[in-house]
Each structure stands twice: as structure tokens, then as C-alpha cells.
Design a protein. Structure first.
Length: 267
């Protein structure tokens, strides 16, 4: 058993604060950017000579904005709409916390589609690359959640349980670590293994990301406390589970559509 005593603040000098959560975003984006270029060069070498690295840099800059806006609006709409309708100015207070992965995902998809359409690029290729690099940010983000003692797990009696003194004195599942392993490391290995196959079709990695992340998140939600102000729907499904179920359904639809189109072209 571990008693959580980590400080969310790395450095505080006067009014200047550097938090682990901020560093998680920064390092996730930087490493994802680097890997994305590596994957793009691999694809350019194969089939995409019209897609330059400079265009990808512009794309990532736009995606960063989409992550912030989508993540924040997703949290406002999915998790605390009543509060923000009464306190609309609090929507811009991102520094107080409150970001939604599913909201960020929606923002990324729309932003990618618009960018690809303007640049006349296959949006599925860009989404595939994002699917490969996103687990990096997810891993760092979940570790930061653990450091912040947020999104904590349900009471547990396992020897690796954690007590979060800022919450209570109950030993709990370190659900943040579960998600870091599943949504971060496991998902990263699987998606990148598929991406490096030369015969892989555009959109397959993106659809697999939706499916696998959805399943991993649904599994992890069984060990995680639901949001106090929301609770469970039908006494079983958390908001995260419901949104992840929709992800899985969309992923299967996209996967099937891509394979069906491929079969038609082969006839």
C-alpha cells in the first residue's frame, strides 16, 4: 500500500507556478510532434510525396488549439453544463482544471477534416498519425492525474492500493495508473505496430484507436470513482463509459466502411 504524498506543483516562484499537469501536456505534444514527423516521413517515402513536413507542422499547431478548445468545451457540455450555464465566465478558467478527452477528440476530428480539406490531403492519413502519437499524451496525462490525486479509484483491498489523504483515508485502486498503462503504453504499442505495416489502409489505425481506447477506458472506468456531481447512469454507466461506448461504435463503423470500400476497389 502506498500513501500518496506527491505535490502537483513542481516549482513555485512568487506568482509563477509550474505544475506537473502542464508539463504533461507540453511533453506529450513535443514527443507526439516528433514521432508524428517520423511516421509521416515513413508514409511520404511510400506514397505521399505531396505531403510536406512543413504542412504537418502547421497541422500540429492547429491541433494544439483544437485539443484545448475541444477538451474544455467537452468538459463543460458533458460533465458540468448546469454549473457553467450559471457561471459562463468560468468556462475560460482552464487553469482551474476541467478537460475532457472525448471533447478534445471531437475537436481534433473536426479540425483535422477542415485542415485536410483546405490542403487537399487525405484526412484519414492525418488521423492515423494522430492515433499513433496520442497515447503518448494520454500516458503523461494520466500520470499527472495520479500526481494531482484526481480521477482516483474505488476503495480496494489489493496490495498495490493507494491512500489519497486529500480525499480520505481509504485504500483505493490507482485507476490513473491503470489508464496510463492501457490507454498509454498498450495502445501505443498496438497502434504503432499496425501503422508500420506497408499494406495498411488509411483510416485503419484511426478506427482501431477509437475501438481500443473505448474498450480500455470502459474497463478502467470499473475501477474509477464516477464524478460526484454526475454519478452513474442506470446505476452502472459513468459518463466516461457512455462516451467510450459511442467511440467503439463509431470505430467499428469506420473500420467496416474502409474494408468495404477496399473490397469494392479490388473487384
Amino acid at each position: 500500500m502506498y500513501i500518496h504524498d506527491l505535490n502537483p506543483l513542481l516549482i513555485k516562484i512568487g506568482l509563477i507556478e509550474i505544475r506537473w499537469y502542464s508539463l504533461a501536456y507540453i511533453f506529450g505534444i513535443i514527443l507526439g510532434w516528433w514521432l508524428g514527423k517520423k511516421l509521416l516521413r515513413f508514409k511520404i517515402k511510400e506514397n505521399y510525396n505531396h505531403l510536406s513536413i512543413k504542412i504537418f507542422d502547421d497541422f500540429i499547431s492547429q491541433i494544439i488549439i483544437a485539443i484545448i478548445l475541444g477538451g474544455r468545451l467537452g468538459y463543460v457540455i458533458f460533465y458540468n453544463l448546469n454549473y457553467y450555464l450559471k457561471n459562463p465566465l468560468d468556462i475560460i478558467k482552464i487553469w482551474e482544471g476541467g478537460m475532457s478527452f472525448h471533447g478534445a477528440l471531437i475537436g481534433i476530428i473536426f479540425s483535422t477534416y477542415i485542415f485536410a480539406k483546405n490542403k487537399k490531403i487525405d484526412h484519414l492519413l492525418l488521423l492515423d498519425i494522430l492515433a499513433c502519437v496520442s497515447p503518448i499524451g494520454l500516458f503523461f496525462g494520466r500520470i499527472a492525474n495520479f500526481v494531482n490525486a484526481e480521477l482516483y479509484g474505488k476503495p480496494a483491498e489489493v496490495f498495490w492500493s493507494v491512500i489519497f489523504p486529500t480525499i480520505d483515508n481509504l485504500p483505493r485502486h490507482p485507476s490513473q495508473i491503470y489508464e496510463a498503462l492501457l490507454e498509454g503504453i498498450f495502445l501505443f504499442v498496438i497502434i504503432n505496430f499496425v501503422m508500420l505495416k506497408k499494406e495498411i489502409k488509411n483510416g485503419i489505425c484511426a478506427s482501431l484507436f477509437l475501438i481500443l481506447y473505448g474498450f480500455f477506458r470502459i474497463f478502467a472506468e470499473q475501477f474509477r470513482e464516477p464524478d460526484i456531481h454526475i454519478g452513474y447512469f442506470f446505476n452502472f454507466f459513468s459518463m466516461g463509459s457512455i462516451l467510450s461506448i459511442l467511440m467503439v461504435i463509431c470505430g467499428f463503423i469506420i473500420f467496416k466502411k474502409i474494408n468495404n470500400e477496399s473490397i469494392k476497389r479490388n473487384f
